[in-house]
Design a protein around this ligand. Structure first.
Ligand SMILES: Cc1ncc(COP(=O)(O)O)c(C=O)c1O
Length: 390
């Protein structure tokens, strides 16, 4: 019986144990036992994903989490990691070698930018950046040694969007692996694999957890690619903990409901703030003035839970805005049931020069709001009163 993704997010479950538990059990164990020396020898002889040996390799609770993401993303197989960055780094390390070249959007998460610019070159892997607002640049950056195209869409924090289907076609034509960080949208809103991406990865720390509790990452794709990545993770160690997988698989049961609510409130908030006198602009994928609105409408089922706006008063106004908030949390995380405000220029990106910030799309008055699940009127009231004081 084919089920809707909302149902799969709830009903995919580790086979019931003899205890006949209803909620999914937590297999908090480092290793698994064997009935005989021969059975153990057979398990070690076979590095397939089927036999549980040791939780760095596989674990039933982690497998349940992976199986759900695989189903929701329309993939064949997947690997879970301890953090989103382990998913990014593991993907680069598995598929890129000395002498290879990667093309990435310049608007990527800060730590991904650090891997691309500081670590990959140490191992002889070259990178080129393209501007998300000029994807036509990509074709001219392709070289004979280009192995991977990497994008976040929507990007963090700029909310830039690229057309997944057209980039997938370009990659196919040039035999390049196309990797999409789908963290901001989640599979409840956007599925890059059916649109042609080869691998999709997530920081599960964000909307997939949805309550700011645990770190996690996951990469999904076809069986061949995932097998290579699995062996890298299994041997080098950034595996997901069973406890975190248990938290995350329970979270997935509410992902669709939560994403709808996050997006509904984010659109209401973006619309309400659009003409605010203290703001020079408001950006949200499903606002018709978003530069890639048509693409967002084509590939996303809603606009997601993040919006940004620019304070006319720049850096100083940003500081005042954060200090005036009474309910919204001031923290660097996102994708939580609690609404969060961030001002990158005075906090996470304060060590960068003005020019460096401009390059990654961080303007002086940029505020990123992760819209939570509180009543929209309370979120709006807090933001409006903080704007008055900014
Ligand atoms: C788009 C994106 N990718 C990757 C990461 C890294 O994930 P983690 O913090 O789980 O390592 C983040 C974290 O904010 C992110 O926003």
């Amino acid at each position: 019986m084919s089920q809707h993704p909302e149902t799969k997010a709830i009903r995919i479950q580790t086979p019931k144990t003899e205890q006949k538990e209803h909620a999914t059990p937590l297999f908090l164990t480092s290793s698994f036992t064997y009935n005989s020396a021969e059975e153990m020898a057979a398990a070690f002889a076979d590095d397939s994903l089927e036999v549980n040996i040791y939780s760095r390799f596989s674990n039933p609770t982690v497998d349940e989490f992976i199986n759900k993401i695989v189903a929701l993303e329309g993939a064949e197989d997947g690997v879970a990691t301890g953090t989103g960055m382990a998913a990014v780094f593991g993907t680069f390390m598995t598929f890129l070698s000395n002498g290879d070249h990667i093309i990435s959007a310049s608007a990527v998460f800060g730590s991904t930018h650090t891997i691309l610019t500081k670590y990959l070159p140490k191992w002889g892997i070259e990178y080129s950046y393209f501007n998300m607002n000029k994807p036509e640049e990509i074709a001219s950056l392709i070289r004979p040694n280009t192995k991977m195209l990497y994008v976040e869409t929507p990007s963090n924090p700029g909310l830039d969007i690229v057309d997944i289907e057209s980039l997938a076609a370009l990659c196919k034509k040039n035999n390049i692996l196309f990797v999409v960080d789908n963290c901001f949208a989640t599979p409840a809103v956007q599925q890059p694999i059916p649109l042609g991406a080869d691998l999709v990865l997530h920081s599960a720390t964000k909307f997939i957890d949805g309550q700011g509790r645990v770190l996690g990452g996951v990469v999904v794709g076809n069986k061949d690619l995932v097998k290579q990545l699995y062996l890298f993770i299994r041997n080098t160690g950034p595996s997901m903990s069973p406890f975190n997988a248990w938290v995350l698989t329970k979270s997935l049961e509410t992902l669709y409901l939560r994403m709808e609510k996050h997006a509904d409130s984010a659109l209401k908030l973006a619309t309400a703030l659009q003409d605010h006198p203290k703001l020079s602009w408001v950006k949200y994928p499903f606002l018709s003035n978003h530069p890639q609105y048509a693409i967002a409408k084509k590939q996303m089922s809603n606009g997601g839970g993040i919006l940004t706006f620019e304070l006319k008063g720049g850096i100083e106004s940003g500081r005042k805005f954060l200090n005036a908030l009474q309910m919204l949390s001031v923290t660097n995380n996102l994708g939580d049931s609690r609404s969060i405000a961030a001002h990158p220029a005075s906090t996470t990106h304060s060590k960068l020069s003005e020019a460096e910030r401009q390059e990654v799309g961080i303007t002086p008055g940029l505020i990123r709001i992760s819209v939570g699940l509180e009543h929209i009127d309370d979120i709006l009231l807090d933001i409006k009163q903080a704007l008055d004081k900014s």
